[in-house]
Write a protein that binds this ligand. Structure first.
Ligand code: THG
Length: 370
């Protein structure tokens, strides 16, 4: 058994406006994301997984921080940071965008919101994009303002999120298309709401700028959500692995490039846009990659990873490393996301993994699992 430890809070490890609420509601584990508390469990992660797939949950995902870029050169700076072509992007849309450094490696994988032609939010995963952005702006003499605004997202996720949100905001909210956003009133206060979220069960994200109104909304969702069996929740490890939602810092980091992570559909090398690492990515594309994120299945009934674990073949050569894993109730075995070395990136590959001094067989498969 692994022993658990409590987390020491401090100013540096930022709380969210919802922290006192989720603590009353029974949060049992935190992780740290963008130097902020991100709930990781409310009791059993497996029970939460079943509930998320059936009903509706409200999540404190304030740790998905915004990097706001505004000003005359804002579009230029945003494009300089991502390999996804944003030249035809539209106001009112969200874009999943790999952020790339000068070596063609990944810095982050945010959702980018185009608020206006000269105002953008970069809704970041766990790395300090703001300093990267400020460095680029300063080095290029861009006319931009870069801040971390007070935006604290509440996510509403699960199949019944549509009924719950309709009850609170009216029928119009159901017209939102996937990755679209619009402004909706809650008791006279305007909130930006997107149809998005870090689960594949459907849902919305409310980008709360007015903290008091956000707290009122948080409470209201639980008051009127009883008929939909609403519960507090958080990004769910099992659901996100089964769905193939990748996590920066876990499944990939600054040592990996977008081709190795299956992000090729967000890499646009043909148009005339300018972004950091473009030549490197062209070279990587023509030379080919030597490793790739794949799914793995392991005949085991539980797992708790706290670092990556080597996967070996029958000759004892390392063929990859397991980066995230969980027990999947759907497959009735452990599934995981692993960086596998070529030429082993194929479904016929078998290997072994050592956990707590015991060997288990591993079989490689495609992502996503479902
Ligand atoms: N919502 C918001 N900000 C975020 C996240 C979020 N910031 C951190 C983290 N999550 C960023 N990572 C992701 C990863 C995947 C998705 C969103 C954010 C995602 N992907 C869809 C998919 O893979 O099917 C759709 C991608 C697409 O447009 O093709 O939703 O969750 N605000």
């Amino acid at each position: 058994m692994t022993k658990n430890y409590s987390i020491a809070k401090s100013r540096r490890l930022r709380s969210t406006p919802y922290t006192s609420r989720i603590e009353k509601q029974g949060v049992t584990a935190y992780t740290v994301y963008n130097h902020m508390l991100l709930p990781a469990a409310f009791g059993s992660v497996e029970d939460s997984y079943h509930h998320l797939k059936k009903d509706v949950q409200v999540w404190d995902v304030a740790a998905e921080r915004q990097v706001e870029i505004s000003g005359k050169d804002s579009a230029k700076l945003v494009q300089l940071m991502t390999c996804r072509d944003l030249s035809k992007s539209k106001v009112g849309r969200c874009y999943y965008c790999p952020i790339i450094d000068e070596n063609g490696n990944l810095v982050n994988d945010p959702v980018i919101l185009k608020l206006n032609d000269d105002r953008w939010w970069i809704s970041i995963a766990d790395s300090d994009v703001i300093f990267f952005a400020k460095g680029l702006a300063s080095g290029n003499n861009f006319d931009v303002k870069i801040t971390e605004p007070n935006v604290d997202i509440i996510a509403i996720q699960g199949p019944k999120s549509f009924s719950l949100m309709e009850k609170v905001f009216g029928k119009k909210i159901l017209d939102l298309k996937f990755f679209g956003f619009e402004y909706f009133d809650f008791k006279g206060i305007r909130h930006l709401i997107a149809r998005s979220g870090w689960s594949k069960q459907g849902g919305f994200e409310v980008y709360v700028e007015n903290t008091q109104s956000g707290l009122n909304l948080y409470d209201h969702l639980f008051e009127v959500g009883e008929e939909f069996n609403v519960k507090p929740g958080c990004p769910n490890l099992i659901e996100r692995i089964e769905s193939g939602l990748l996590s920066y810092g876990n499944d990939f980091d600054n040592n990996d490039n977008p081709f190795e992570c299956g992000f090729e559909k967000y890499v646009n090398l043909e148009s005339d846009i300018t972004f950091l690492g473009k030549d490197k990515l062209k070279m990587i594309k023509s030379n080919g990659i030597s490793k790739r994120l794949m799914g793995v299945q392991i005949d085991k009934e539980n797992i708790s990873l706290s670092s990556s674990v080597e996967i070996k073949n029958h000759n004892n050569d390392i063929i990859g490393d397991l980066r995230s894993a969980c027990y999947s109730p759907h497959f009735k075995k452990v599934i995981g996301i692993a960086m596998i070395n070529e030429p082993n990136c194929k479904t016929s590959t078998k290997g072994t993994i050592k956990i707590d001094d015991k060997s288990y067989s591993v079989s490689v498969c495609e992502l996503p699992f479902i």
